[in-house]
Design a protein around this ligand. Structure first.
Ligand code: DAH
Length: 339
């Protein structure tokens, strides 16, 4: 019996020490120490021993049980330590590795220029309006002195949803919408997207952006228009910038003009940017036509006003010295990141 106990111990020692995982250990525990296990099997035979032998074998059996329990505890700890070590190596962080810098977004150059432009006009007491891009023919043309037969419509073909609903070709309809809902004094700008049936090239896009301006009050004169627009351009492009006004025609202003600014690149000497002219056309403007005021129930004998329309693309191209408008729309990060 003594030998049997000893051989159980040495077998258990060896098997437990080599157990590959917790599950194997548990199987061994049941095999040696369980109710139907090998050690219990031996103890059941104790009855056949003499009175002298019994305490000796009993003590030995306890010793073997304790030894196996200890083996099991030791092996379990070993396995846990190994597992921890493996995890620590696997999850180790190399603090000397360079970090991953999060990518930071930026405002599109249009948005940057528009924000600057808004600031300038807000500073001069203007407020900002917005209006629908899907517009009525009535507002886009009719109320602006461009009846159905008017030749000025030829250059402003657009997408018609119905005969009288279209994608606006200009932000000018916002002049009418504003005057209909608000009585003078009026001092607004209205930035927004406009649409024309134009093929894409370096200076044209079927979708582009304008900023409309409208001022209506008593005693508004052409000199108010000139002073305000000159102040605007100087703030945007620098105090040394000069402006000039050329007579033009728009059906909704009288008189009408186009404003040029001295070329920001050559200062007026003539270069590739201004095509040797020294001047760059920047916006259309004029005194609001009395008929347009009357269309909106504003007494043209009492009130007068001026209006202007700025092309955002043009302003942004000048600002950043870009000669191809398509770059703005391609969303190529290598381009956009530069601003
Ligand atoms: N609507 C004109 C265009 O799209 C721009 C313009 C010119 C707007 C003169 C105005 C203005 O308000 O007075 O070409």
């Amino acid at each position: 019996m003594k030998e049997a106990l000893q051989s159980i111990k040495s077998l258990a020692d060896e098997l437990v020490a080599n157990a590959a995982n917790e599950q194997v250990i548990e199987e061994l525990r049941v095999r040696f120490l369980g109710k139907k296990g090998e050690l219990t099997g031996i103890l059941k035979q104790m009855g056949s021993l003499t009175a002298e032998e019994r305490p000796v074998i009993g003590a030995l059996a306890n010793e073997v049980r304790n030894a196996i329990e200890e083996d099991i505890a030791t092996r379990k700890k070993q396995l846990a330590d190994e597992a921890l070590k493996i995890r620590l190596t696997a999850e180790s962080i190399d603090v000397t590795m360079p970090g991953v810098q999060p990518k930071q977004g930026k405002r599109h150059p249009f948005q940057q220029v528009l924000d600057e432009l808004k600031e300038i006009f807000l500073g001069m007491g203007f407020s900002i309006e917005t209006g629908p891009e899907v517009e009525l023919d009535h507002y886009n043309f009719e109320m602006l002195n461009m009846p159905k037969s008017h030749p000025a419509r030829d250059t402003q073909d657009t997408f018609y949803i119905t005969e009288n609903i279209l994608l606006r070709t200009q932000t000018s309809p916002m002049q009418i919408r504003t005057m209909e809902k608000q009585k003078p004094p009026i001092r607004i700008i209205c930035p927004g997207r406009v649409y024309r049936s134009d093929a894409v090239d370096a200076t044209h896009s079927p979708i582009f952006h304008q900023i409309e301006g409208l001022v209506v009050d008593t005693d508004i004169t052409f000199s108010d228009l000139k002073g305000t627009l000159e102040a605007f351009i100087k703030q945007l492009y620098g105090a040394e910038t000069r402006v000039r006004f050329r007579p033009h025609h728009f059906p909704y202003t009288e008189p009408s003009a186009e404003m040029d600014m001295s070329c920001f690149k050559c200062g007026g000497k003539g270069c590739s940017m201004c095509k040797g002219e020294g001047w760059i056309e920047i916006l259309g403007c004029g005194m609001v036509h009395p008929k347009v005021l009357e269309n909106c129930n504003i007494d043209s004998e009492v009130y007068s006003g001026y209006a202007f329309g700025i092309g955002l693309e043009r302003i942004a191209m000048m600002r950043y010295g870009i000669d191809d408008m398509r770059l703005f729309y391609e969303n190529d990060l290598r381009f956009l990141k530069q601003f």
